[in-house]
Design a protein around this ligand. Sequence first.
Ligand SMILES: [Zn+2]
Length: 633
Amino acid sequence: MSFVRRSVVLLFIAALVVFTAAPLTVVAQTPTKAIVLAWDGTVPSFVREMLREGKLPNLATLIERGAFADDVKAEFPSKTAPGFASLVTGAPPNITGISGNRVPRLPRAEFTILDSLAGFSEAPLQAEPIWSAATRAGKKVVISHMPAYVGEHSDQAVRFAGYELSVGRDGIVTRRAIQTRLLEPWADLPASDAPPLEILFTIGETFFFGLLIDDPADSQIGYDTLLIATTRDGLDVKAKLKPAPASAGGELFWSAPISVSINGQDAKTYFRLFDLRSDGSDLFLYYTRPARDLRFPSADAAPGGTARSFIGNGASILYNQGALGRTIPNGGSGGAEARYLETVLMAQHQLMETNRWAIEQLPWDVFLAYTPFPDEAEHLWRGYLDPTLPGYKPDIAAQLRPLLERVYRNCDDQLALFIEKRPPETILAVISDHGMQGINKRIALNRLLQEGGLLTLDLQGKVNLSKTKVLYPPVNNGYLLINSADRKNGIVAPQERAKVIQATRELLDSVRDGDRPVITAIYDSESDGTEMGIGGSVGGDLYIDLAPGYDFDPRLGPGPLISEAEPYGNHGADPEQSSMRTIMLFNGPGIRAGQKLANVRILDFAPTLAWLLRLPKPKNATGRVLSEILEQP
Ligand SMILES: [Zn+2]
């Protein structure tokens, strides 16, 4: 809206106040813009507890003046790629075609039940997303790192797709890289009170030369500085790092983005020196996943530095491997967790710097932003926080809980940016795609199918498609595929399907862990598909609900049917399970304050947002318009 038009509206409203004292709601409270922040994998019960303790102040403010649901039903499987496909289209997986984070390949005649595509980036989205509906109506849209799909019509939208830009893994450099003396002389050797030590390491094809020095300007005794260069030249130093243990203020110790080359691609990484022994005998240098630079619309002044160089995730893989130090569940004292948390804060900081730039510099009517938190941390720790899991250790839970809270609080901190930047006529929504449950057992369904004669492996231990009728495919989406005759190398004729389904059901129903049934429900997409939004050309045949605490293991070959695992968090389960529920919030002009929403599904988000903004409904949406969220005029 231009300044002039806005002024006219304001004058008109003023006139109403002065001359008629008419209710202002209808005129003044029509939202024309929206900001949507998606928190991946938000667990409602945890949010409730944190809200009660006053630990999510920004979310609390928005809830107080908005409409909030904390029992939002996901779709099946309750995974991220299908969840976001459903959130942004208002359609279930059997319509979006995104039936998992990886999906079976089409056309069936050309691909076997083993073939798959990445749901995020390679599988075509078969339904219209909200941003296409918005651009159809002439609105401008910014999409910041929300999961991307193929075949979207988003020409009019500005999109940051950082997760497509990562070209390598994050990593650490430790004492193995240290040389006890300079192997070759350096040009312009920087001043040092102790003999400089060299460290040598590579990231991708980029060779780095580091120097450990005792900086004369630094009063710390011993080695206190790491200089990083790509040649042995003190004038070529790309980063000057001071060691500091992980802490809340640790962001100050990160390097600027540094160029690296990976598989011939130009990328950037960030360095962080978490530790350096003063005698130069050891160090702990972390670097983020190298990623290509984000692309910015050429017409605008593109930002530099942090806003441009994507990170995306915290160091969860290294944490899980114990590479950040001994973890609390393994007897550690919290150092590994502190390092992990700092990587989370840095990844979030980078996302928000991009958002800050975009929200200020780009024209937008709908601004959609994504963060992979709290999901990433939920995966690490939910298994230890779930008191219903056998083997639950209250002391471990008590140590991990504040750390997970820290991740949620950081998500809440990020909300402040959007609250601050939002124009008055703007809806602010917070959405999420699924919940999380604690897991400590896994069931290898292929083992069962093999024993039941429905799956046959060849001598190399691979699936023998000519003798296999049913498979739990490697896409690991909570569904079985029938090796039907319409698929490449398929053998189950249509008239045989019912018999194969029956045999499979009997096998699944027979599974016990001790006395406990493990498989709690089985849904046939042919009979239950339309009602449940499952199946379709890209979906599965039989969808399976496991008892709480159990996860699928897509492994083939020998090994136990049911195995124990170190506790972890996961999602993907039947959305009827209460642990898979998540949150949704609408706040803004016209929305009834303090309202608790019931009977909400992630499918309802896109049609409701479209309705609030007077946009055409996304073409394939089947979700409900949550019309109860508006104040009555
Ligand atoms: Zn997710």
